[in-house]
Ligand binder design. Structure first.
Ligand SMILES: NC(=O)c1ccc[n+]([C@@H]2O[C@H](COP(=O)([O-])OP(=O)(O)OC[C@H]3O[C@@H](n4cnc5c(N)ncnc54)[C@H](O)[C@@H]3O)[C@@H](O)[C@H]2O)c1
Length: 336
């Protein structure tokens, strides 16, 4: 596979790891990222510095809301595939700063859709989120489940993007895969996510905030499994005829479009996750129990049989192994 892949959000957690895998495979990658300061910019710079060591990597610093900068950069690189991961993440931040979330996630993705429909590309892969399932009570979540009631602004922008993408796919026969990620964790992860904050506070001897008495579960997905799933999908764009092959409700009858869950397909209770962290860090945890937070969903749990059927995707990393790898990275990166 010798494609040219344009990756937005390439200095972010998932963008960095996927870009690195593609570069290792000899694929040409052009990264695009605003390097914003939503969390520690030095972590984004460290990721970018690693990517810059590859001769097959090039980079543009810019905002996806800025259509001209984006268009110029895409046209110059002339990719076959676009992997669109840039977004304003964070449920809480989206409640505090809805405008920023709306601009990055909706206006920015709209620009990607416009540009991708103008140039000929083989596959556009766009990040969505398990949060679109809202407070659904039927587990595991399947792509055909109803997703009409998001409970955070972030989730609502992701659902809106799924709708905009379907429309563009139908109008311009643009092959689009939407990936619903389930709680991704691992080395070079996001400092705003709970597992990262827990680790930081536990090592500093500070209390950790546990919401809803820890009575919730997540489908924690290790980054290497996510990267593997994306890699397997690259050359498998949806086509109109694919609906005959994969009979399911998430494939559109009128567009080369699909929505796929990408998770670990296991439910892990928050307290089990925290207890494993405690064991691996070998430190006593000071717990601060708090009520459920606004916008947070109780539980997530994925059914990934569609992705498996299409690509053979088979997530391998048990959360205990994944936590160990994250902590090893954390200790070495922060020299603790
Ligand atoms: N990590 C998870 O658990 C998870 C779960 C569900 C969905 N997602 C989605 O996956 C994608 C990648 O997530 P991540 O965890 O790597 O997040 P991240 O914040 O680490 O990466 C996003 C990157 O995009 C860049 N960016 C943000 N807004 C931008 C803009 N307007 N223009 C240009 N660049 C911009 C940021 O600087 C950052 O480097 C996002 O769309 C996110 O919503 C992630």
């Amino acid at each position: 596979m010798k494609s040219k892949i344009f990756i937005t959000g390439s200095s972010g957690f998932i963008g960095f790891h996927t870009a690195k895998k593609f570069l290792d495979k000899g694929i040409k990658v052009h990264g695009f990222d605003s390097m914003n300061n939503y969390y520690d910019v030095n972590l984004k710079k460290s990721r970018l510095n690693i990517l810059r060591k590859y001769r097959n990597f090039s980079f543009t610093k810019g905002k996806i809301e800025n259509e001209q900068t984006l268009l110029k950069s895409v046209k110059k690189f002339n990719p076959q595939i676009i992997l669109h991961l840039a977004a304003q993440a964070g449920v809480r931040y989206s409640i505090k700063k809805p405008e920023t979330t709306l601009n990055s996630n909706i206006v920015g993705t709209f620009n990607i859709l416009k540009i991708a429909s103008k140039i000929k590309i083989n596959h556009l892969i766009i990040s969505s989120s398990s949060s679109v399932y809202g407070s659904n009570k039927k587990f595991p979540f399947q792509e055909k489940d109803k997703t009409d009631h998001q409970i955070s602004f972030y989730a609502a922008t992701k659902k809106s993007v799924e709708n905009l993408a379907h429309c563009y796919s139908s109008l311009w026969e643009l092959p689009i895969t939407m990936l619903r990620f389930f709680t991704v964790y691992g080395p070079y992860g996001r400092p705003d996510m709970a597992y990262f904050k827990f680790t930081k506070n536990i090592l500093a001897g500070q209390k950790i905030d546990i919401y809803n008495k820890g009575k919730m579960y997540r489908d924690y997905t290790y980054i290497d499994d996510i990267v593997d799933g994306i890699y397997r999908l690259l050359n498998k764009p949806p086509s109109l005829s694919s609906k005959k092959k994969f009979k399911n409700d998430s494939l559109s009858p009128v567009a080369p479009f699909r929505i796929l869950n990408i998770g670990n397909t296991k439910k892990i209770y928050l307290l089990s996750f925290i207890n494993t962290l405690q064991k691996e860090l070998n430190k006593k945890i000071k717990r601060n129990y708090l009520p459920m937070q606004k916008g947070d969903v109780h539980s997530t749990f994925s059914d990934c049989s569609l992705l498996k059927k299409i690509t053979g995707y088979n997530p391998k990393t048990n959360y205990k192994v994944g936590i160990k790898k994250f902590i090893n990275w954390y200790r070495s990166y922060y020299k603790i």
